[in-house]
Design a protein around this ligand. Structure first.
Ligand code: ADP
Ligand code: MG
Length: 285
């Protein structure tokens, strides 16, 4: 599902006053099936951008399109219901929202809420459990008895069970060990690759941006200051320095090799495999 913003502004009501524009004239176009990293320092507006996409926050001006659903300042409740059915939102530390007595009841909550039939709920719970790589014997257990990594996967399964076309995720790897994080991100990549979900991922980790995403959207003070394919984004080193963006480890490694050998490889590599292939092709390895 394609997502489009046209000159969108948004702010928050803070008691009696409204904040200044937290999202400040954003126009973006995220084609269906893309995997976009949203990056930028704390307070840049990343989480607010995600909230706009699933209707948790309304624009004060401008238009948001999610597939053929239009969201504006004066959106109807019906539009909001529709968009929430299509956009699955995985909040930061989603396991904090687990609440039911069993894993099964927790995962079934979303689809039940959306009016799935008993049979559809059963199938959906089973499928999403498979997707996140958990086995059925976990269904009767309390979600609170699981490990942190398992809890996060159950929370993700609860969102997947509603069968969204778009998945927006706010730092889904935060607080997990590197193995747990890798599992979650590989899973998200699969959902993008195989199930063709449009993914929007907020992250601080440039290694993850390089490895998993195809586009990068950089925000600062509520504005989008760069929106480019991931490889292009990481190709302009001077610009990255100016924006204070860390290089992914693999690009650092590439730079070191290039310096040592006194050469320049034709493109920046986004994964170690790519780097090795470039070195072999250039007869450097
Ligand atoms: N519920 C809220 N009420 C008022 N201001 C908020 C609220 N949520 C976020 N903000 C403000 O909006 C700005 C952007 O926040 P946020 O979208 O959370 O940024 P990020 O996710 O990039 O850290 C910040 O200045 C933050 O203080
Ligand atoms: Mg945030």
């Amino acid at each position: 599902m394609r997502i489009k913003f046209e000159e969108v502004k948004a702010d928050y009501q803070l008691g009696p006053i409204r904040t200044s524009n937290i999202i400040d004239n954003v126009s973006i176009d995220l084609p269906s099936g893309t995997f976009t990293a949203v990056i930028g320092r704390t307070g840049a507006g990343k989480s607010s951008l995600l909230k706009l996409i699933n209707g948790l926050l309304s624009p004060s001006t401008g238009l948001i399109q999610v597939g053929n659903i239009n969201l504006t300042k004066a959106q109807e409740k019906e539009q909001l219901n529709q968009v929430r059915k299509r956009v699955g939102m995985v909040f930061q530390f989603p396991e904090n929202q687990l609440f039911a007595e069993t894993v099964e009841a927790d995962i079934a909550f979303g689809p039940r809420n959306f009016g799935f039939s008993q049979e559809q709920i059963k199938v959906s719970v089973q499928e999403s459990l498979n997707q996140v790589g958990l086995s059925a014997d976990i269904l009767d257990r309390s979600p609170f008895a699981l490990s942190g990594g398992q809890q996060r996967r159950v929370a993700l399964a609860g969102v997947l069970a509603t069968q969204p076309d778009v998945l927006v995720l706010d730092e889904p790897g935060a607080g997990l060990d590197s193995e747990g994080k890798k599992q979650i991100l590989s899973l998200i990549k699969q959902l993008n690759h195989i199930n063709k979900l449009t993914i929007i991922l907020v992250t601080h980790d440039m290694n993850d941006v390089a490895e998993y995403t195809d586009h990068v959207l950089l925000m600062d003070q509520g504005k989008v200051i760069s929106h480019q394919p991931t490889r292009t984004f990481f190709s302009h080193q001077a610009q990255l320095v100016e924006w204070e963006i860390d290089l992914p480890e693999v690009i650092n490694l590439q730079r070191q090799i290039e310096m040592k050998k006194g050469l320049k490889l034709p493109t920046v590599s986004l994964t170690k495999t790519e780097l090795i292939n470039l070195l072999i092709e250039g007869k450097i390895l």
